[in-house]
Design a protein around this ligand. Structure first.
Ligand SMILES: Nc1ncnc2c1ncn2[C@@H]1O[C@H](COP(=O)(O)OP(=O)(O)OP(=O)(O)O)[C@@H](O)[C@H]1O
Length: 312
């Protein structure tokens, strides 16, 4: 168990009405806009959003690296710096530089010395799959290996909260699998995880909760299942004689219809009702497929709806 997990009743993360404005040549850019988020201990949260959504800025504020324009950040009831000082937080950042000229072990060892109750260095190297490269100098590492070192650095303080900004970028398929296997062990031990990612399959497979952010605001917040349901649940594809028939969109259980070559694609609010209505309206329908909406499609639908709303 992580050492801080039972010390207080506060949630792992509490972001309250966070705002961050950047003053640029073109005026004030609102990177994070009234963002509030509470993460209970032990939960794994994926922060998803298009480029420039405000994910990294939110993470920077969470880690005390950027001061919010307004709003508050608490980690297990404390300001970020206090939580980090006691070793309660491990972080992997997008551009976290590794000191040149040191070996992998020296870097992890040096980091361990900064904290009161670190994990044994060998264990951190093992968790990151870097034991065999412990003597390697950081300048000789590949992109994926460098990411693993950042992970070893993140876990060596024995944190109860891991904050990871696009953790598996540059990792190959095996590296990603190993990483998530290790994460599963840490999650099983009660560690809270907040990670930003562009890999929606990772969020779907490994997060308890998905928070979709765009233009600094939260657009959707729920389990991967709930987020997928927001985009309309299921879709039906069928070959029909007239895929342009506008009456498909009016069928019971159907929220919208579109043509795909010689098929009609029905976006369903209730796929059971929709399939009955489809067969009644177009008995010739064939090659019928019903598929759930994936997280990727849901993400696109949610963020596109936001663009349309803003430009309307
Ligand atoms: N230091 C800064 N000065 C000015 N603007 C900034 C600064 N840092 C970030 N921004 C702007 O704030 C917005 C949010 O950026 P942020 O890096 O948080 O997005 P992100 O969701 O992490 O994007 P990505 O997925 O591309 O990493 C962007 O428009 C970005 O250009």
């Amino acid at each position: 168990m992580p050492k801080h997990s039972a010390t207080s009743d506060h949630p792992a993360v509490e972001l309250t009405e966070l705002h961050k404005d950047f003053h640029t040549r073109d005026g004030v850019l609102s990177a994070v806009n009234d963002l509030s988020l509470t993460v209970p201990r032990g939960q794994t949260v994926a922060l998803l959003g298009p480029n420039g959504a405000g994910k990294s800025t939110t993470i920077d504020m969470l880690l005390g690296m950027t001061t919010p324009t307004s709003g508050t950040v608490r980690i297990e009831g404390e300001p970020p710096r206090a939580a980090i000082r006691r070793g309660g937080v491990g972080a992997m950042l997008q551009d976290g530089a590794l000191i040149d000229g040191l070996t992998v072990r020296e870097i992890v060892d040096m980091t361990a010395c900064l904290y009161p109750n670190p994990r044994p260095v060998d264990e951190a190297l093992e968790l990151a799959g870097m034991s065999h490269l412990a003597k390697q100098r950081t300048t000789k590492l590949s992109g994926g290996e460098s990411q693993r070192v950042r992970f070893a650095v993140a876990v060596v303080s024995n944190p109860s909260l891991l904050v990871l900004d696009e953790p598996t970028v540059a990792m190959d398929v095996q590296g990603r699998e190993d990483f998530w296997d290790t994460m599963a062990d840490l999650q099983g031990g009660g560690v809270t995880v907040l990670f930003a990612s562009h890999y929606l399959d990772e969020a779907d497979a490994h997060a308890d909760r998905v928070v979709v952010v765009s233009k600094g605001r939260i657009l959707a917040d729920g389990t991967p299942q709930e987020i997928k349901a927001l985009a309309g649940g299921r879709r039906i594809w069928a070959r029909v004689d007239d895929p342009d028939d506008p009456r498909f969109a009016q069928l019971d259980g159907v929220s919208s219809a579109s043509r795909l070559d010689d098929q009609v694609l029905l976006q369903c609010s209730d796929s059971d009702t929709a399939i009955r209505a489809l067969l009644q309206h177009a008995p010739e329908a064939r090659s019928i497929e019903i598929k759930p909406v994936g997280l990727e499609e849901a993400f696109v639908a949610i963020t596109n709806a936001d663009v349309e709303e803003v430009s309307a």
